[in-house]
Design a protein around this ligand. Structure first.
Ligand SMILES: Nc1ncnc2c1ncn2[C@@H]1O[C@H](COP(=O)(O)OP(=O)(O)OP(=O)(O)O)[C@@H](O)[C@H]1O
Ligand SMILES: [Mg+2]
Length: 244
């Protein structure tokens, strides 16, 4: 059985800005195994979010290949990519990206509202169950402005899980949170990884949440190198914004 869930080869992403071309990714390679809990670190502007967008079928690369479950997705059209996202991927963002006018429950239901394969009753039941899993059973009808930062991110985690995705991509999920709340969010993500076998790919500047046996990739100048917490510490790259 093939246990590689995402594989990117020689991945390139160039952005055209008027006369200049920004080379965000210049031939990045990465292989993510099913059920792993993987970190991506690197300086600001090194291409981390760009990489996440390509691995999560949100955007097309300029060149190279991205395979999900062995299937080439880099050349799919927008509709095919949206199907991949709906069936396989969940996203968690730094700024939560919740809809302010909707309750926690409706925010969690949102990704599957147009999915005709699931009835509203079933979707509501699934969303409530997930809100309970993330510890928000008592906040179901609160809107985002009636929730703390950590609670908002928990809603976003429940939303990322609503389609029962194989892969969860989190781009600086604790960037807006204090360190205690950040630690709780990491605890929750590790629990989902261990108990549900979900694959997590996490971009972070907060290296305190990385453990010594975690897989860590360092992205710099548009290419990716495997590293470790120990290596990062050895090179003086611990703590916020010190990663270079
Ligand atoms: N839509 C875009 N158009 C043009 N240039 C872009 C676009 N998105 C990103 N870039 C550029 O590509 C490079 C990589 O950006 P990216 O957002 O991937 O960095 P990052 O590693 O996520 O940074 P940060 O840690 O600050 O979030 C940067 O130089 C950025 O300015
Ligand atoms: Mg980014």
């Amino acid at each position: 059985m093939n246990d590689v869930v995402i594989e990117a080869k020689n991945l390139k992403k160039y952005y055209k800005m008027g006369e200049t071309i920004v080379k965000a990714l210049r031939g990045a390679n990465i292989k993510i195994k099913k059920g792993s809990f993987v970190f991506i670190v690197g300086p600001s502007g090194s291409g981390k979010s760009t990489l996440m967008h390509l691995l999560g079928a949100l955007d097309h690369p300029t060149g190279g290949s991205v395979k999900m479950d062995g299937k080439e997705i880099s050349k799919m059209d927008d509709w095919e990519l949206s199907m991949i996202r709906r069936n396989k991927v969940g996203f968690i963002f730094q700024t939560f990206n919740l809809v302010p006018s909707l309750t926690a429950l409706d925010n969690v239901k949102l990704p599957l509202l147009t999915d005709k394969r699931i009835s509203d009753e079933e979707l509501t039941a699934r969303a409530i169950k997930l809100l309970k899993v993330v510890g928000l059973g008592h906040r179901i009808y609160h809107t985002p402005n009636e929730l703390s930062g950590g609670e908002r991110q928990r809603v976003a985690i429940a939303r990322a899980l609503i389609n029962n995705p194989e892969i969860i991509l989190a781009d600086e999920p604790t960037g807006e949170l204090d360190s205690k709340t950040g630690a709780e969010i990491f605890e929750l993500m590790r629990k989902m990884n261990k108990e549900e076998g979900k694959t997590f790919i996490i971009v972070t500047h907060d290296t305190e949440y990385i453990k010594h046996n975690d897989t860590v990739y360092h992205i710099k100048d548009g290419v990716i190198k495997e590293t470790s917490k120990r290596e990062l510490e050895k090179n003086g790259m611990k703590g916020k914004k010190e990663i270079t």
